[in-house]
Structures are given as structure tokens and as C-alpha cells.
Write a protein that binds this ligand. Structure first.
Ligand SMILES: Cc1ncc(COP(=O)(O)O)c(C=O)c1O
Length: 479
């Protein structure tokens, strides 16, 4: 292999390979995944780190090796988790971010990124209906939920920042039974304990409602626990359901609880006037998680916690013994580090900034609305094609369905097996979840560049996998 001699030559060699890989992903020219078992992949990758450095040749070879076995998350058949697609504007931002490698703790070392993050936070706040507020980017939706719980704890138990929460009664936090598991982790991390998380039953559309919360309140108090927080989910992970935020705000006000809205999955819907009514009551909440790395197709990670009280983050998070970083001067009030649990913090704003500049509010609203059309199309196919059945009424962008199975066959096992078959064959990547109705294939619409034809190809691939499963079952029965 010829050795590129300069930085420009190395970068262009690597970018050429990345671009070719992206092209094959976006056009579906290669399978979405070339699944290999870990022992096989280990042998192919040669994971030793020793000996002599390989220089530029090693960079090119390792890039090729990595790309060869990477899951193609921009592929039209990647419908798996709550991220995916390819956002060129954000990708450009990511490249510039890596090149300028800096940390978000002080204005001094990240002047442009600091001002951009403040502007993005302010822009996002403008959708909440709050007249004041602050916020910060964090390392994922889970961590925004964690910080929200920490702020809730410290705002209600004055002195908890310095003294901890020893001596308090056992606490309680209300969440929907379909809330994300990060709420349990947050309760563990904040010292409240995972047992403090009270899972409130949801209605037939997967929504937590005011009446169920009142019932949970009675039971929780009877058990001797002291509630201090309630969390609504704006788009549950499995079914995309929206809790009745307005009713939860009433409940929180009545009982003087901190109200956090976890929009880690679906907050981006607020960009479209069509979906904005789902957020009714957010104006009365205290904090809001918004995760652009999911619904806005920004590369991982890109997450924001917004908080209504403009002073609480600094007040409850800042510690005063780091004057080797934080110096009192006429720009220090711009430093974002004091309001963050991290010290060094990556610049996550530029990729979002670039994408927002590229699409604008209108472009993003159109992208969100396109997702709604795709979800409606997929729902119709799952409902009307006799090979499938819808397992949950579609709420927003999650379409839950499964394949109809022959008499006497375990539907859960059958659908789980066919989902693994899709991955082994590289024909689609989609995940499943367990709903009351049983195991459900969870098709998530978050890539607005998909077409209806892509979705038909996906459903056809599922139908083919089901046929192969039926044949395998029959062959096994005949033996
Ligand atoms: C509702 C909800 N909250 C929180 C999270 C966690 O977000 P992250 O994966 O960015 O930590 C998710 C992730 O799927 C989610 O769906």
C-alpha cells in the first residue's frame, strides 16, 4: 500500500473510505449488518496492541477493518433502536468538533461553543412555554434524568447538597410503569434508592393519567414513603406513548412535587405544530429532557436538560474548590462547567447547531411530520396485511406488530426467532419489546429520509423470515 505523505493525504484517504461506506449504507448496496459471533469477529479483527507501530498504513487498514464490520446505522433497513439515519450537516459539525478538540468547562477555552450552547438551550427553552430557564448538554438522556432527580432532591430537601439525605424519611418518585429504566439508575445514584421509584399503571394507550397517580399517592403514603418528584414520559421507549403531562402538572402542583418530563425519545416532536398539543402542561413542569441524538438524527451523543429555575443548576451543582480552572474575571459568568457534573466535557453543540442552521425550524418541522406519515404508512401495512397483526395502537412513531403464527405455535418464540434470523441474514435490523400482549416487534420511525418503498421492503423481509421460520418448524416436526 502506498504511504500517504501528508496530513491532507491521510485525511483524504480515510474520508474516501468513510464516504464509500456511507454510500453503500445509504443506498442499501450492502447488507445493514454482517453479523459475526464474537469469537469469529475477534479472530478477524486481530485485537492485539503491541509491537511496532504501523504508521499511516495501520490507520488505513484499521479504518477499513472497522468499517467492514460496523453496523450500518444509516441504512434504510436499520430500524432498530432510537437513533439512526445520516445527517450530513451534523456530521460536518462532528468533524469540526473533533478537529478543534476542546472542553466545555470555561468560556476561555471554548468561547464559540459556549455561546452556541447557550443559544441552543435558549432556543429549546422557547418551546417549553417557560418564561425563564437554563440548561446544559449532558452525556445522554439517562444522565439528564439523573441530574433532574438530583435537582429535584436538592430543591425540596434544602441542605442535601452539603449534608446528603441522611435522616430523611424514605422517599418516593412516581413514574409510569413504562418509564425508562434510567429513572431506577437515577434513584440509585442520587442515594434515594431504586425502591423509591413507584411505577404507576398506564391506560390502554400506554399513558400515565392523573387518577392513577392519585391512587399511587394514597398507597405510597400509606406505606410510609414521602413523595417529592413525579416524572412524565413524553414518548415511552416501547410504544411512543405520551403521559398526560397536563394532568401530571395538576398532580405535581397539588402535592408540591418536582415535575420532570422525560422527552429523551420524543421531545423533538415539539418542533412541529401538529404534535405540540401532546406537550400541553409542559409550561408548568420544572425540567425537561430533550435528546437530539434520537429524533433529530444528530450523531451520538447530543442531549440537553432544560430547567425552569435559571439559578438552580449552578447553585446545586457547583463546588468551589477548583480555582486552577475557574478564575474570577469578567467572562467567568459565562463558564458552563460549574453547572455540570463533569469536569472535561466534549463539545456536543456544534453538530446540533449545524443541523439547525441547515434545516431551520421549518425544515425540522417538515422532517418530523414526514416521520408521522411514515409511521401511519407502516401502521396501515401492519393492520391490513394478513401476515401481520398490530400489537399496540400506534401513538406516535413506534409501530408495534408481530407476525401471525400457525396454530399451536408459541407466538413470542416465533417472532423472537424471526427477528434474529433477520439479523443473521443481514436483511433488516429491528428490535423487540415485551408488551402486555406479548413479544412485539418494535419498528421505530426516526429516519425521515426513508421512503414508503423502504418500509415495504422491510415488511417483505419480515414476511420472508416468517416463511423461513415456518419451514424450519415444519422440518423439525417431520423429524
Ligand atoms: C424515554 C427514554 N428516556 C431515557 C432514555 C435514555 O436515553 P440515552 O440512551 O440517551 O441515555 C431513553 C432511551 O431510549 C428513552 O427512551
Amino acid at each position: 500500500m502506498e504511504q500517504p505523505s501528508s496530513r491532507k493525504a491521510v485525511l483524504s484517504e480515510i474520508l474516501d473510505r468513510v464516504d464509500a461506506w456511507l454510500e453503500d449504507s445509504l443506498t442499501g448496496a450492502e447488507p445493514v449488518i454482517d453479523f459475526q459471533r464474537p469469537e469469529v469477529l475477534k479472530a478477524k479483527l486481530d485485537l492485539r496492541l503491541d509491537g511496532k507501530g504501523g504508521g499511516t498504513d495501520a490507520l488505513i487498514a484499521e479504518t477499513e477493518k472497522y468499517l467492514r464490520h460496523a453496523v450500518r446505522t444509516a441504512h434504510p433497513a436499520y430500524l432498530n433502536q432510537l437513533f439512526g439515519g445520516f445527517n450530513l450537516a451534523a456530521f460536518a459539525g462532528e468533524i469540526v468538533t473533533a478537529a478543534t478538540n476542546t472542553s466545555m468547562y470555561t468560556y476561555e477555552v471554548a468561547p464559540v461553543a459556549t455561546l452556541m450552547e447557550m443559544a441552543v438551550v435558549e432556543k429549546m427553552r422557547s418551546y417549553t412555554g417557560w418564561t425563564t430557564g437554563t440548561g446544559s448538554m449532558m452525556t445522554g438522556g439517562s444522565n439528564t434524568n439523573l441530574v433532574a432527580m438530583l435537582l429535584a432532591r436538592n430543591s425540596i430537601f434544602k441542605g442535601a447538597k452539603e449534608e446528603g439525605i441522611t435522616g430523611l424519611p424514605k422517599l418516593a418518585v412516581f413514574v409510569s410503569e413504562r418509564a425508562h429504566f434510567s429513572m431506577l439508575k437515577a434513584a440509585n445514584t442520587t442515594g434515594i434508592g431504586a425502591a423509591a421509584v413507584v411505577k404507576v399503571p398506564v391506560d390502554e394507550n400506554g399513558r400515565m393519567r392523573g387518577a392513577a397517580l392519585e391512587q399511587a399517592m394514597k398507597e405510597t403514603i400509606a406505606r410510609g414513603r414521602m413523595p417529592f418528584m413525579v416524572c412524565s414520559t413524553a414518548g415511552t421507549t416501547e410504544t411512543g406513548s405520551f403521559d398526560a403531562i397536563d394532568e401530571v402538572s395538576d398532580f405535581a402542583e397539588r402535592h408540591k412535587l418536582w415535575h420532570h418530563v422525560d422527552g429523551s425519545w420524543c421531545a423533538g416532536l415539539i418542533l412541529s405544530p401538529r404534535y405540540r398539543p401532546l406537550f400541553k402542561g409542559l409550561d408548568r413542569a420544572d425540567s425537561f429532557s430533550w435528546n437530539p441524538h434520537k429524533l433529530m438524527n444528530i450523531p451520538l451523543v447530543c442531549s440537553v436538560l432544560l430547567v425552569k429555575d435559571p439559578n438552580i443548576m449552578r447553585r446545586e451543582i457547583q463546588s468551589h474548590d477548583a480555582d486552577y480552572i475557574y478564575h474570577e474575571n469578567d467572562t467567568s459568568h459565562y463558564d458552563m462547567g460549574p453547572a455540570s457534573l463533569q469536569c472535561g466535557r466534549r463539545v456536543d453543540v456544534l453538530k446540533l447547531w449545524m443541523a439547525w442552521k441547515y434545516y431551520g425550524d421549518d425544515g425540522y418541522a417538515a422532517r418530523i411530520e414526514r416521520l408521522g406519515e411514515l409511521a401511519a404508512y407502516a401502521t396501515r401495512r401492519a393492520e391490513t396485511d394478513p401476515q401481520f397483526e398490530l400489537t399496540f395502537p400506534t401513538q406516535t412513531l413506534n409501530v408495534n406488530f408481530r407476525c401471525a403464527v400457525p396454530e399451536g405455535v408459541d407466538a413470542d418464540r416465533f417472532n423472537e426467532n424471526l427477528r434474529y434470523r433477520l439479523i443473521r441474514e443481514g436483511s433488516a435490523m429491528v428490535n423487540y419489546c415485551r408488551l402486555d400482549s406479548g413479544l412485539s416487534i418494535r419498528l421505530v420511525l426516526l429516519n425521515p429520509d426513508l421512503t414508503e418503498a423502504d418500509l415495504d421492503r422491510f415488511f417483505d423481509a419480515v414476511a420472508d423470515a416468517a416463511e423461513a421460520e415456518r419451514t424450519a418448524l415444519q422440518a423439525a416436526a417431520e423429524h
